[in-house]
Design a protein. Structure first.
Length: 177
């Protein structure tokens, strides 16, 4: 299976990317192909809502999103990776997802698999409620098959994350795909 990992952290060596690395390690060990797209460093513009694309492309904007689109549509699975910022995904990942507008139909027809990986400082029981609701809505709208999630509570720093149970959970999720 070809997996595209959409990393949304502006902190390249941060907790959510550490969890993503473990997922990737597990997926590679079981023979999957993995491509990482670093949304925080990609040269993509926010969606303007012009609907010139007609929801199935092409987008009128000329940036790196065309290559990202090809990678996503060439994959069997998307993994959304984000730190938890104010109880939602990072702006960097959200910009990328908003640009799905230009190929929503293609994603929906493809019936891809998906997973989500996130890290947060908080450890409250409700910490990930809003992100989970958003992810579940994406899964439903884009006709994705959810294969799992790692919601790393109490992963506020890389050292906290490295000592957490979530490193193994992310690795195990990658191996289970």
């Amino acid at each position: 299976m070809k997996i595209v990992v959409l990393e949304g952290s502006p902190n390249k060596n941060g907790s959510s990317n550490m969890l993503a690395e473990q997922f990737i390690k597990g997926a590679l060990e079981t023979g999957h192909q993995v491509e990482v797209i670093d949304a925080a460093r990609a040269k993509i513009h926010p969606c303007t809502g012009c609907i010139h694309c007609g929801y199935d492309g092409p987008c009128i904007q000329k940036d790196e999103m065309e290559q990202i689109r090809e990678s996503i549509l060439g994959a069997d699975m998307m993994v959304f990776v984000t730190p938890l910022y104010y109880y939602g995904m990072s702006a960097q990942l959200k910009i990328l997802i908003d640009r799905f507008c230009a190929f929503n139909g293609s994603i929906q027809r493809k019936q891809m698999k998906s997973a989500v990986i996130s890290a947060a400082w908080n450890s409250d029981s409700w910490t990930f409620d809003a992100l989970k609701a958003h992810y579940d809505t994406l899964v439903r709208y884009l006709n994705l098959e959810d294969l799992g999630a790692v919601y790393g509570k109490g992963c506020g720093t890389p050292s906290m994350t490295a000592r957490s149970k979530y490193m193994k959970l992310a690795y195990d999720l990658g191996r289970s795909i």
